[in-house]
Design a protein around this ligand. Sequence first.
Ligand SMILES: [Zn+2]
Length: 160
Amino acid sequence: MHHPPTATAPKMADNTTIGTTSLKPLLEDALSVQDMSVESIRAIRGPKSREAPRSPTPATTPTPVPNIVLTPPTPAPQLYPIFINGELPSKSTGTLTKLELLPILHEVILRPKKTLKRTEKRMSYEEGWVGTQRGTIAERSCHECSKGCGPFTLCCVLEG
Ligand SMILES: [Zn+2]
């Protein structure tokens, strides 16, 4: 009987395992299947453990949990979000950034036949909207508003 060693047996298995296998009589071989299986398991496990000396040591350093704590150096100023006719401004401008610091005082109402168009004047309209919303109602309407030409029903003035 020159059976090749079991396919599962690694090539690096030492001679003793293969030797005993070939030298054993057939009957004994059949009877000692369990022993052989244990031996083969040892033979498999032995070299493997040597090949991989890396013991399954648990990671000593636990994965650091990042502390996401937003601590701004200076407290952010109170902002009053800008909505122009229920919509966010088209873009941020210096004027709008300043206006965002002012509380909302008035409800802005567009004059009839006036619409917020997406034109090159859009931003001045948006700034005018927010300025009217947060400014001081003018004691005397400006020339445009007094003629009813302003876009809003209120005529507001802003300091600065
Ligand atoms: Zn006006």
